[in-house]
Design a protein around this ligand. Structure first.
Ligand SMILES: [Zn+2]
Length: 387
């Protein structure tokens, strides 16, 4: 039996005994509402999280990262050797203020509230894991927790910071929600394309032959665009917004289409990019302009394989049910870290459901076991378990 296996159950006990403190932290974080677009509230939650992490984790370093145009918080433990593990969390939620009434409730061990699952509960799991490691007298290498505030709107402001922090570390663990407890070992990449057609306006009654109908031209392309999807390899292309024309008696000069695209591999993202750029109108007088592209690369299974095997062993050592894995369509900041070549495992947050949907919930009893799992994976990576 390794020291890790001996320590694991004691750590789970320590975490379970502190459950009330973690539950009240979760309530406090959910009550401090934090929509992605509300700068004042994002600053407020960053301050709150900084203060609570300071009390709970006693980190070696804790700072607000300046210069992003929105708040971000970085905390770390340990000073020995190369930085090993980066934990990723986001403090923003998809919910407008007062979307939930009551704001926060607990019934039968289930908490309900905006962001309770995605991902304030995950942040509590991360804080609990770090508190446990620090309580045990962490002397290992640097472990960093990065909390950003724009994940739900695509992470434009924090992407470069996330990537540079990832490169500094040996592995990335993302505190996003799991799928029915299963960690996420693959995520599709995400993109948006905007296709505009310019034709020529003309009076629909007097001289329609002088017009070039942009709506007709773009409509003829929609089927072709939708057919770029290859569901059998995980690529979907969904035309979602179509606009065109202005007046009923004018041949329309302009039409535009937006498409949501998802892909499981970088190769498919490249294929889509190329085929989108090659779109041409049937009428040579109409011009097609394509903007947009992939904004989150895919998290491919190879990036998480070793970490998942490690996490499964840690779960077994803890006496937890066998850890499952899931592949999902939505992207997270883990997509960025995997794409820069750093092993990444996602979905290590709290157990729950209804992310981004009414009735979002989280299971309070899962905080301690998920934190013990996370702490075990952090420790194993720091002990050199990755190849
Ligand atoms: Zn999230």
């Amino acid at each position: 039996m390794t020291s890790l296996e001996r320590a694991a159950p004691a750590r789970l006990t320590w975490l379970s005994e502190r459950r009330p403190a973690f539950e009240s932290l979760l309530e406090e974080l959910v009550r401090q509402q934090s929509p992605s677009e509300d700068q004042a509230r994002l600053e407020a939650i960053s301050e709150l999280v900084g203060a609570r992490l300071h009390e709970l984790v006693h980190p070696d370093r804790l700072e607000l990262v300046p210069g992003l145009g929105r708040p971000a918080l970085r905390l770390s433990l340990g000073r020995g050797g190369e930085p090993k593990v980066l934990l990723l969390a986001h403090l923003d939620t998809v919910w407008d203020v007062d979307s939930f009434d009551p704001l926060y409730t607990v019934r039968d061990g289930i908490a309900y509230g905006p962001g309770v699952f995605d991902m304030k509960g995950g942040l509590v799991v991360g804080a609990a894991a770090l508190a446990a490691l620090q309580e045990e007298g962490w002397t290992g290498p640097e472990v960093t927790l990065l909390c950003t505030t724009d994940e739900e709107v695509g992470s434009a402001a924090s992407r470069a910071l996330i990537e540079s922090e990832a490169r500094r570390h040996r592995a990335v663990l993302v505190l996003e929600p799991p799928v029915a407890g299963a960690v996420k070992t693959a995520r599709k990449g995400v993109g948006t394309y905007h296709i505009e057609v310019e034709g020529r306006a003309a009076h629909a009654g007097l001289e329609p032959e002088k017009g070039v109908n942009a709506v007709v031209e773009l409509a003829a392309l929609v089927g072709q665009i939708a057919a770029l999807g290859r569901p059998e390899v995980g690529t979907t292309v969904n035309p979602t917004v179509f606009r065109g024309g202005g007046r009923v008696n004018v041949v329309p000069a302009h039409a535009e289409l937006s498409c949501d695209v998802r892909f499981a591999t970088a190769a498919e993202a490249d294929r889509l990019e190329q085929e989108m750029r090659e779109l041409r109108a049937h009428d040579p007088q109409a011009t097609v302009t394509v903007r947009g592209g992939a904004n989150r690369p895919p998290l491919e299974p190879a990036a998480s394989r070793e970490l998942f095997a490690l996490a499964r062993d840690v779960a077994t050592d803890l006496g937890l049910p066998q850890l499952q894995s899931a592949m999902v369509g939505g992207g997270s900041d883990g997509n960025f870290t995997a794409a820069v070549g750093v092993p990444t495992l996602d979905g290590l947050g709290i157990v729950g459901g209804n992310a981004h949907a009414p009735g979002e919930w989280a299971e309070l009893a899962s905080i301690a076991p998920r934190a013990a799992l996370l702490a075990g994976v952090i420790e194993a990576v720091c002990l050199g378990a990755l190849q």
